[in-house]
Write a protein that binds this ligand. Structure first.
Ligand code: G6P
Length: 302
């Protein structure tokens, strides 16, 4: 498979290699480097030129394809979190639905690798197969477009190829690598209403910049604006811009939660936080028959 890919998608900025059972696709250019895997279409690294790693991946993550790699940017689609038949529509396949949709468990195909101006772009795509159809019988096309330019851009384009409309919730479940998660200041969420999963799903309003507490799990609704992580322990700010993403999710499992994950070292919760460009809960949307929807996340570190 590697030889064929290298031939078909030959590009000076793009390299393919194998890690255990997974294909790794590495982009390198004057703006830095980024790596993604075909499993889940998950991006696993982003190092801006002259800067440090922005993305957190667990040292004990599995690369055998048995489960999503712990960390990176898992693609949650066409639902985020546990499937909610009331909000998204009931279907006989609901019992087969795993957390965060079908996309992150599956092997994606490489669709293209090319230059766009002085940026480098790779497109992965996912099409229905038998295992997907058990949980999601409706035909679709899903594309992930990753562009390494002055910033890193990820775009998720989902197309409803079925005869009926359905509801989509989704996320780029980005695990950021930070010097110190506790008390990390996150700006841009002020005035947004959030659903606090640690307080029975009650709703509150964010008054000031968020100071991360451990654990934390919140879904900010109707929040379209740019979010900034003040990673002061690493003397940098990580900036996340969003397009067509009306929710932002903030998650850190805390010490106890981290101990519950077999593929995450116990102390690592202290150096990561998930800040996710999403359309979740009230911000799920109807994807009409024959139509497409695009959600974008643009990351930079200063
Ligand atoms: O093990 P995973 O399925 O990746 O779960 C990890 C999950 O833990 C919690 O339940 C959070 O609510 C999720 O947002 C997170 O994704």
């Amino acid at each position: 498979m590697l030889d064929e890919l290298k031939q078909r998608f030959s590009h000076p900025d793009v390299r393919f290699h194998q890690k255990d059972q997974l294909l790794m696709i590495e982009l390198n250019n004057r703006y830095g480097s980024t790596t993604l895997t075909n499993h889940g279409g998950t991006l696993l690294s982003y190092i801006p030129a002259g800067g440090d790693e922005v993305i957190w991946v667990s040292e004990t993550a599995l690369y055998d394809g048995s489960k999503p790699v712990r960390g990176g940017v898992p693609v949650c689609w066409p639902w985020f979190g546990p499937y909610d038949p009331q909000a998204l529509g009931a279907d006989p396949s609901d019992a087969a639905k795993k957390g965060h949709g079908v996309a992150r468990y599956e092997f994606w195909q490489v669709a293209s690798a090319r230059s766009v101006g002085d940026a480098t772009e790779v497109v992965l795509q996912l099409e229905p197969n038998d295992s997907i159809r058990q949980a999601w019988p409706l035909p679709f096309e899903l594309k992930l477009i990753v562009t390494l330019g002055e910033k890193l851009t990820m775009e998720l384009v989902g197309k409803n190829c079925s005869e009926r409309d359905w509801m989509v919730s989704e996320a780029f479940h980005t695990y950021f690598r930070v010097g110190q998660a506790e008390n990390l200041v996150i700006e841009g969420l002020e005035n947004a209403t959030y659903v606090d999963k640690d307080r029975d799903g009650q709703r509150f309003t964010q008054e000031d910049p968020l100071h991360l507490e451990l654990p934390m799990e919140r879904i900010y609704l109707d929040q379209q604006g740019t979010v900034v992580l003040d990673d002061s322990a690493n003397q940098r700010k990580i900036v996340m811009e969003k397009v067509n993403s009306a929710s932002t999710v903030v998650w850190n499992p805390g010490p106890e939660g981290a101990r519950g994950f077999a593929d995450m070292p116990d102390d690592q919760y202290a150096h990561m936080v998930c800040v996710e460009a999403a359309n979740a809960l009230d911000n799920a949307y109807a994807l009409k028959a024959g139509e497409s929807h695009s959600m974008k996340m643009v990351i930079a570190s200063k």
